[in-house]
Design a protein around this ligand. Sequence first.
Ligand code: SF4
Ligand code: SF4
Ligand code: FES
Length: 487
Amino acid sequence: MVKIKIDGIEYEVDENKNLIDAVKDVGVDIPYFCYHPALKVVGMCRMCLIEIENVPRLQAACNTSVKEGLSIITKSDRVKEGREGTMEFLLANHPLDCPVCDKAGECQLQDNAFGSGKGNSRFEFTKRNIPQEEIGTNLIINHNRCIVCYRCVRFEEEKVGESNLGLFERGYHSIIGLAKDEPINHNYQGALADICPVGALLNKENLFKSRVWWYKNYESVCHGCSTGCNVNANVRDNKMYRYMVREVPENNMYFICDKGRFDLDWMNENRLLSYYKNGSPAKSMEVFPEVAELWKASSSIAVIGGAHETNENLRSINMALDTLSTIDGNKSVLWESRATPPQYKETEQVDFLLTKDWHPNTAGALGLNLTTKQELKGIVGDFNQGKIDLLFVIKEEIPSDINPDRLDRVIVLETNHNESVTKSGYSLPIRIFAEEGGSFTNKNGLKQDFPQSMKPIQGLLSSAGVFHRLLEEIKNPKKQEALVGNN
Ligand code: SF4
Ligand code: SF4
Ligand code: FES
């Protein structure tokens, strides 16, 4: 930490941070556009102008080192005039698009125009008008809104490792465009729209779906892979509409990938809300007693999957299984949480964020020792040979090499309709992670809590709830019948 003066008052700030972030920590806001904490500083936009004691000209804060004894002025007539000038230049050609722009409500240009702009325009000429273009498989550029901050170009070069975008022409004619003839097709088109401080880059997928102020925001964790990126989950009418990045510098979380960002429809659509028996809808009061009878008649049971579940659910299921294993004599109960090849290996990255393990909580499941010596292959082999009597599958595909004649002894716990639901003997609907809240442990062993962000429909059990309900059914069948009523 070092001591610096801001507007005449001494503060202790972190010298390892950029000046913009260091002063933000002590409650001083310096407006900016081109600066981004995870990208190199270029000092292009001139929005962050400040005075530095004994330096004659206004300086860019983003480009000023934080060092002991630094004395800066962020509020003075000169600073105000400088920032107003910058805003006037940026707005000269910017259209009055806010009522129809998807960025409205979370746009830095709106914020900075409000906080540092003049409030009126002297621009009397015809504004530049360039047609909108599709520059990616899921990306549109509205050139008129671009303020040429260069963030998009730098993000691609520094983080994605591709150079699809470039800045062409000069001055009034400056334009961000494709450097090659092909559209952008990488896993970070959402991040490009995110990082654009204005509404110039937009994703087709989200276009005009909702105004941002209609969302309820929940600080959550992405479910898409073992990286566990931090997200703001935007929910409206109990539907998951949008994931936006939640910057958490301590965890080095600044971006999210498209695989996670746009994998949301399954939470809202095609949900499994009915019990199934032999491929047809059935009532829970019929399914639970029958599964309970199967359990009682089995001496060896296996569970596969679970790495999509929260740590809390996994622990709770484990407790239920412990008790269930001692009912009617000692039963062998195995639980293998690793249902796909990447879960058996060290983390393999697909790109700088996405991993090959598309489970958010493999590390949590491994931490609870939910593994077997036989591994998945051995369990499937034993089940096929009748050495395992009953097989539970938690939100995974039924392994393709399962003996089809034994599918009536497979019990699937699922959130969505899929082939496993109709193939298995019994299928039981469960809540999704967003309807639960809890924690996931990521590939680095970081346990991250998240709140419930969607309400489950009445009566829908969690995966843990299913096993506890089964336990109750076995312990006290009559009471359960009365409780379930006509479900
Ligand atoms: S498109 Fe957006 S991110 Fe790219 S230069 Fe223009 S304003 Fe900046
Ligand atoms: S890298 Fe993984 S956790 Fe991060 S956004 Fe993509 S899918 Fe989600
Ligand atoms: S944020 Fe400093 S010049 Fe753009």
